[in-house]
Design a protein around this ligand. Structure first.
Ligand SMILES: Cc1ncc(C[n+]2csc(CCOP(=O)(O)OP(=O)(O)O)c2C)c(N)n1
Length: 681
């Protein structure tokens, strides 16, 4: 067994039990350094699985670091994509990549993405990050191996919380039905998930009895007894006629006393002080070149900074957020407005909030925090977005007002058919929150960046869609949707703190756009602008209009500042917080009165741009009137790991990019459309 030369079949290196133990300990140390350097990630779950990782990559799996695509290699699928650093260290220690490179974890364009991406790093078998999909992928790989007559095994690493996803059980059924004895699943049973103990969030036990009932061979292992781990993999290989699941008894945060069995260390990383303490506990103070690794991470980051700076449009001065003396913007994540509204309005007995195991960071649990009298209306559904969506529909049908939310990719994409058929078709009163949407979820990477959710949400009949521009608007919008709007409704938030550009007095009328106008430069960004309802606005024949949604509204406002200060142009910013029903009249008027319309969305171009285009195309009042249009948004590509504001630059959705687009279009306007066209022709 073990690392092989695929050409000769020779064993490249055999590890003793002691050597495997030493490797897993070192891997823990490198994991913590990489997480600390990244500033985000998952300490608890990566430490939990490290001994199994070492035994699998260095001993049990047949693979060749020099030939990562060797057809007969064993496949290892990490269904728990958030444990990516363990996977990376397994590969690195096996010789697939240099160990010290892993310290670029979660940085822009790094092969070591926040969640694994097989197109970026040889040895990664498949891209994962949305829980519950790995076992199905493994079933597919195992079936393909059988079709090709290959003898390789497919290993699939899952979490115990992950067992709450219904798709896991569809795959479990398939694997047994097809007698896939080339499939070996490993479940990291550390008994914790994000919101707390698995048994409290949503009981999954008895897993052994469940898998056995589905027709699997069930094996048990102490996740930290390396001899046992080696042995159990051997036993699993020998099973015939059915798939095997290994239930590993593990501890979240294993090896670092202050992280062990602490739910809070799920999505947290050590600071430098905690790192030193952890390395001391692991006996690794002198075994890992910490300073050298940090220097490597810093050098990588400096190169990222240089590349991003080089690609940013330049003006006579730096207009970036809070870069200058004046125009200071206060920042707060707009998701907080959601929690504030739920806390304030949750006394309404109809409201029921459904937890999907990511409750604190998306603020939905503010509904119940410190309010024990609401405990019965806080219902934890586990990591089960699809079932929870249909359950919400059932509650709504019975007169309740259910609210559910998760990362927008999971609450507005994974469960799309449930939203369509269970919620929208019967036109039920369900509020769905798409949190951490857009690029601002940053280092988690592409799997977690919802850049497509608005296509589907606004495309669904009966659905209303609101994308608030800041924390204050998010609170007002949540309150409106919760208490005053009946029907399916979707509200979208960012994760990162974004500028606060509205206050209590700013109008928020559902379905009605606001006009925002730059009046002066001021000490505080918010004071430089005047905002009113578009319906009550008298045209000032501005040079152009920027129609924006969500956190692109502040960017559009900053673009207005750049355009005025640099070129003397006047901009009408339309805050289109309600994407559906859309304020078509405000858009038509702006087109007629300014002649140039740019859309700005932190989304694949189209959710806003194509909607605005269709309004302009259908407007009889605009026939024969030239309207010059442009679109800012993500250009048909996936995101990347990176800091949120880096991604704003990388994906070209900043004020600077809007301003450059505006200059292009204003040049056409100035020249006259006919003249510009003849120049092109
Ligand atoms: C479909 C989906 N929903 C939600 C999440 C967010 N999430 C990441 S890890 C996690 C908890 C996983 O718990 P578990 O499977 O027990 O793993 P461990 O505790 O070992 O890290 C959740 C809910 C996700 N990645 N995918």
């Amino acid at each position: 067994m073990a690392l092989k030369n695929s050409a000769t079949g020779d064993i490249l290196r055999s590890y003793s039990i002691g050597e495997l133990q030493e490797a897993s300990n070192l891997m823990r140390g490198y994991d913590l350094v990489a997480l600390c350097a990244a500033g985000s990630g998952h300490a608890g779950g990566t430490l939990s699985i490290m001994d199994i990782t070492a035994a699998l990559y260095l001993h049990a799996a047949h693979h060749d670091p020099k030939a990562p695509n060797w057809p007969d290699r064993d496949r290892i699928v990490w269904s728990v994509g958030h444990k990516a650093p363990s996977l990376y260290l397994g590969l690195a220690f096996a010789g697939f990549c240099p160990v010290e490179e892993v310290v670029t974890l979660r940085k822009l364009s790094s092969p070591f993405q926040g969640h694994p991406h097989w197109l970026k790093l040889p040895g990664v078998e498949i891209s994962t990050g949305s829980l519950g999909q790995g076992l199905s992928i493994s079933v597919g790989m195992a079936l393909a191996a059988r079709l090709d007559g290959r003898a390789n095994k497919v290993f699939c690493i899952m979490g115990d919380g992950e067992q709450q996803e219904g798709q896991v059980w569809e795959a479990a059924m398939e694997a047994a039905h097809f007698h896939l004895d080339n499939l070996i699943a490993v479940i990291d049973c550390n008994r914790l998930q994000i919101d707390g103990w698995v048994k409290d969030v949503m009981q999954v036990e008895p897993l052994a009895a469940k898998y056995a009932a589905f027709g699997w061979e069930v094996l048990h292992v102490d996740g930290y007894d390396t001899a046992q781990i080696v042995d159990v993999f051997e036993k699993a290989r020998a099973v015939t006629g059915k798939p095997v699941v290994i239930l590993a008894d593990t501890v979240k945060g294993k090896g670092v006393s202050f992280m062990e069995n602490q739910a809070g260390w799920h999505g947290k990383v050590p600071n430098r002080q905690e790192l030193s303490a952890a390395l001391a506990e692991l006996g690794l103070e002198d075994r890992i070149p910490v300073e050298k690794l940090f220097a490597k991470a810093d050098a990588y980051q400096a190169e990222v900074n240089r590349k991003l700076a080089a690609k940013m449009p330049r003006f006579s001065r730096d207009y970036w957020w809070n870069a200058g003396d004046g125009m200071k913007a206060a920042m707060e994540p707009n998701r907080k407005g959601f929690g504030q509204s739920l806390a304030a309005n949750g006394g309404d007995e109809r409201i029921v909030c459904l937890g999907l195991d990511i409750s604190g960071s998306i603020t939905i649990s503010d509904f119940v925090s410190g309010k024990p009298e609401r405990a019965s209306r806080w219902i934890s559904m586990g990591i089960a977005e699809q079932s929870a969506t249909s359950a919400a529909a059932g509650m709504a049908r019975e007169g309740k007002l259910p609210v559910l939310g998760s990362y927008a990719t999971f609450s507005a994409a994974r469960n799309l058919d449930q939203i369509r058929v269970s919620v929208c078709y019967p036109n039920l009163n369900v509020l769905i929150a798409g949190a951490h949407a857009g690029v601002s979820v940053g280092p988690d990477g592409a799997t977690h960046q919802a850049l497509e959710d608005l296509f589907a949400m606004q495309g669904l009949p009966n659905m209303s869609v609101v994308v608030p521009c800041d924390v204050v608007e998010a609170r007002k919008a949540t309150t409106h949707l919760l208490l005053h709007h009946v029907g399916p409704k979707y509200i979208r938030f960012a994760r990162e703190a974004t500028p606060i550009v509205t206050d209590e007095s700013t109008p928020f009328v559902f379905g009605k756009a606001n006009v925002i106008r730059l009046r002066r430069e001021a000490a505080n960004f918010i004071d430089a602008f005047e905002t009113c309802l578009a319906a009550g606005y008298t045209s000032e024949a501005e040079d152009l209009t920027i129609v924006a949604i969500g956190p692109m509204v502040p960017e559009a406002m900053r673009a207005a500042q750049i355009l005025k200060r640099e070129f003397g142009y006047e901009t009408r910013v339309l805050n289109l917080h309600t994407l559906k029903p859309i304020d078509a009249e405000a858009i038509r008027r702006a087109a007629r009165e300014t002649g140039v319309v740019i859309t700005a969305e932190e989304h694949q171009i189209g959710a806003l741009a194509w909607r605005v285009s269709s309004i302009l195309t259908e407007a009889a009042e605009l026939y024969g009137i030239p309207v010059i249009t442009g679109a800012i948004g993500v250009k048909d590509r996936f995101g990347d790991s990176g800091a949120p504001w880096e991604l704003v630059k990388e994906l070209e959705v900043s004020a600077e990019h809007i301003a450059v687009k505006a200059m292009e279009l204003l040049a056409v306007k100035k020249k006259g459309v006919a003249e510009s066209l003849s120049a092109v022709g």
